[in-house]
Write a protein that binds this ligand. Sequence first.
Ligand code: 13P
Length: 252
Amino acid sequence: MERTPLLAGNWKMFTTVAEATELARAIAAKPLPAGRQAMLAPSAPALHAVGNILRDTGIILASQNICWEEKGAFTGELSPLMLEEAGATMAIIGHSERRQIFAESNSLINKRLLGALKFGITPILCIGETLTERESNDTKSILEKQLRQGLAGAKIKTGNQLTIAYEPVWAIGTGQTASAAQAQDVHAFCRLLLADIFDKAIAQQIRILYGGSVNPANIDELMAQTDVDGALVGGAALKAESFLRIIHFETL
Ligand code: 13P
């Protein structure tokens, strides 16, 4: 079963709307390589402007968060209907910055994920261990908890309805990437868990992205791993040239 590689940029709380527009235009100016998908997740104020640029380019628009209700008294939250209106078809959920800085729990993240599925927006569920957890050999138990609790009650018919991003917290924004072997080991473990949570056929279809200091110099080796189906890129997605090199990774 072939999974289409997905190269995704998470712009976090960077770029003004003007800068986001310019960056999106520069990225969209180069045609996507055949058999690959790219995605951009600008900050919420830039979603409409970037969505207008991405229309008909084949590049996916994503939000960096999503609420489970379509409207109501939820100050500061992002309605799935409003995201859809901007053209977003995917949403990042449970990023480690949401978990750590904004204290989002697995159960809150689960609500967001079920909400996204209900509205037909594909969640990118982020999971990852801290350095302390890795050093105390807790990586797999932490990831298992994040996956099982984050996906509780999720019903999907095909693996295309869900994407997972493994982002070790110690590798985010630090320049210290997980080695390709470390990433492969964790991704294979996650796929086994997904087979248990859903079934084997669905687990084979779900894309598992790697994130954490991905850059033009390490993307080729990461993408050469059997279970690495793409990348969720922070810093290196903020420059058109480096993100384009990531989209155009070389097959080893
Ligand atoms: P960096 O690529 O800057 O390490 O960020 C990764 C990330 O958090 C993407 O969601």
